[in-house]
Design a protein around this ligand. Sequence first.
Ligand code: PMT
Length: 224
Amino acid sequence: PRPRDLAGLHVVVSAGGTREPLDPVRFLGNRSSGKQGVALARAAAERGARVTLVAAHVEVPTDGLAVTAVETASEMALAVESAAEVADVVIMAAAVADYRPETVSEAKIKKEQDVDGLTLRLVKNPDILRGLAALGRPGLTVVGFAAETAPDREALLELGRAKARRKGADLLVVNAVGWTAGFGADDTAVVMLDADGGIVAEADGSKRVVADAILDRVVALRPR
Ligand code: PMT
């Protein structure tokens, strides 16, 4: 299935890496480039969907896409949850920080403040994907990702299966990440799991090829 098999659907995609501020000049971030999320947004648009891209820090062009720019996980939660209220599909491809610094200093933290080092206390961010899946809103297809470091495929699948069951998304896209894989790469390989952790599809190649394979599964999940 391809041409315009998403026509009439509103698809929300999150992409890129959140940045959790520490002081006016520093943040906790991650290496997400936004390539996978933007590829999903572009593929969905080409297949006829109305697409809202909720973009944290991305390093690729988003021209031609309807973008809601966010920085932190909290801002992303607000943007995705409100967009999801009127959406048919939400795809959480963004690298969302699980934690943020408990306090944000209004002034740049000076190294003189702490002679033998700086201790950061981190607090948990909202789990957007889990919240969306828990809504159980009929008609809303929720797609999540699992970015795991694992020594081999079996270990990767074990982690992915556990996350699939924990999150309860309709589809969980498992991809291995590491120093040279996942974040920033042009190519990728994914295993797609259902909410019980069963393998429903696999795909590899460019992030655009994988985006189309993910959307094929979304189409298959949607009521006719
Ligand atoms: O952006 P690229 O450079 O192309 O890299 C692509 C990618 C590796 C970032 C992407 O394919 C990917 O795996 N995105 C998810 C990264 C991530 O945060 O994975 P996770 O296993 O930590 O989170 C699991 C899921 O919960 C994800 O769908 C994530 O968006 C979501 N999440 C995570 C934390 C949080 N507080 N709220 C969330 O909703």
